[in-house]
Write a protein that binds this ligand. Structure first.
Ligand code: GDP
Ligand code: MG
Length: 177
């Protein structure tokens, strides 16, 4: 029926943000192509990638934007955020500084995007158990304080990568449908 067709037309813009080298491009590569780059540079970044996601049996398209290295120069432009309905706010659990910078990214996101943008805080590189500098409890607590979803992922071993994207898309879908 026509209502179903409408829902299948959904296209959600989702942005990846967070410090350089936290694994944003690899999260997208793992999710969209099931690939991982052990020594990736910003050159693997693409502008965006469109991925179909199944939510409650409905096909939803997520247009996922990657910063392609601009974060190094604090040059993520307002065009990057424009129209975004979801965001993955990524830090590296093995580098405390990337977690400390989450506040700054959150401010930037909230300045440039819609108030209702769905945000998930993502602690990436959960495979680096011996190098962990940020506990799961700290990540959870920050997410709760800021009203964000929370998940720990590993683009290397694939854990929770699909879940991270699906959580955001499902929530946007629930809000809009
Ligand atoms: P970006 O700058 O945020 O896009 O980060 P990249 O995706 O380019 O990743 C930076 C570096 O971290 C690369 O050497 C990746 O191979 C590595 N990396 C990314 N995700 C993971 C992960 O989940 N675990 C581990 N151990 N390394 C990762
Ligand atoms: Mg990148």
């Amino acid at each position: 029926n026509s209502e179903e067709e409408k829902k299948e037309d959904y296209l959600f813009k989702i942005v990846l943000i967070g410090d350089s080298a936290v694994g944003k491009s690899n999260l997208l590569a793992r999710f969209a192509r099931d690939e991982f780059y052990p020594n990736s540079k910003s050159t693997i970044g693409v502008e965006f990638q469109t991925q179909k996601i199944n939510i409650n049996g409905k096909e939803v398209k997520a247009q996922i934007w990657d910063t392609a290295g601009q974060e190094r120069f604090r040059a993520v432009t307002s065009a990057y955020y424009r129209g975004a309905v979801g965001a993955l706010l990524v830090y590296d659990i093995s580098r405390r500084l990337t977690f400390d910078n989450i506040d700054r990214w959150l401010n930037e996101l909230q300045t440039h995007s819609d108030m209702n943008v769905v945000i998930i805080l993502v602690g990436n590189k959960s495979d680096l158990k011996d190098a962990r500098e940020v506990t799961t409890a700290e990540g959870k607590a920050l997410a709760e304080a800021k009203g964000l979803f929370f998940i720990e992922t590993s683009a290397l071993d694939s854990s929770n990568v699909t879940s991270a994207f699906q959580t955001v898309v499902r929530e946007i879908y629930n809000i809009l449908s």
